[in-house]
Design a binder for this molecule. Structure first.
Ligand code: MLT
Length: 200
């Protein structure tokens, strides 16, 4: 997969996953705010919708192609494993930061692959799928930043996602941000505090 890798000075690796129409450069500043000392693995989604990069296909806005989601989730997981061997980072200390479509593929990994991530920061996520029993991630801490006025992901969907994840993961923190689908600087500071308490 097309990506950027930057070596850091601590043992954590931030896996950065952009939103629809973005690329591997989009979340570099976000990663730098949250942990300027971590390794960065920022990946470009392999799917094109018109000219826009995505991590998996959708049939229409909010309606996901579940077969493709399965394949792409596994592809991303394999890529992380391969990258950890190539660049020599600690595979056990990967924390995903995904925005929108990138949050949805990170959530799909949490739903379907055991202990794939040490942490997941899901910015404006949706429920990736409802047709499978979730796997257990006993070590994974999750932070969800939902927008109170987000018209792409309604509040009921966020609450549904949290209720699924709470049963199978170590910890799920939900924060309602006074924002729409766009990220705010203040929420990144809140996330940084949460991150420092767990991973530094
Ligand atoms: C998705 O397709 O993953 C969601 O609708 C969010 C987005 O538009 O990227």
């Amino acid at each position: 997969m097309i990506h950027i890798f930057k070596k850091g000075i601590n043992d954590n690796t931030l896996l950065l996953l952009h939103g629809t129409g973005g690329d591997e450069h989009d979340l570099l500043d976000v990663g730098n705010i949250i942990d300027p000392n971590a390794n960065i693995l920022s990946v470009r989604g392999n799917v094109k919708e018109a000219e826009m990069n995505r991590f998996f296909r959708r049939l229409s806005p909010g309606v996901f192609d579940l077969e493709d989601l399965d394949v792409r989730t596994r592809e991303l997981y394999d890529f992380i494993n391969e990258a950890s061997r190539k660049y020599g980072f600690n595979r056990k200390k990967v924390i995903a930061i995904g925005y929108s479509n990138g949050a949805n593929i990170a959530a799909s990994m949490l739903f379907t692959i055991e202990n794939a991530l040490l942490g997941a920061i899901l910015l404006r996520p949706m429920v990736p799928r409802k047709d499978k029993e979730l796997v257990t991630n006993s070590n994974t801490s999750i932070f969800i930043a939902a927008g109170l006025y987000d018209n792409i992901c309604p509040p009921e969907e966020t609450n549904e996602l949290v209720s699924y994840l709470k049963v199978k993961n170590k910890e799920v923190r939900l924060e309602w941000i006074k924002a729409n689908h766009r990220l705010t600087y203040d929420e990144l500071l809140l996330i940084k505090e949460w991150y420092n308490e767990r991973f530094i």
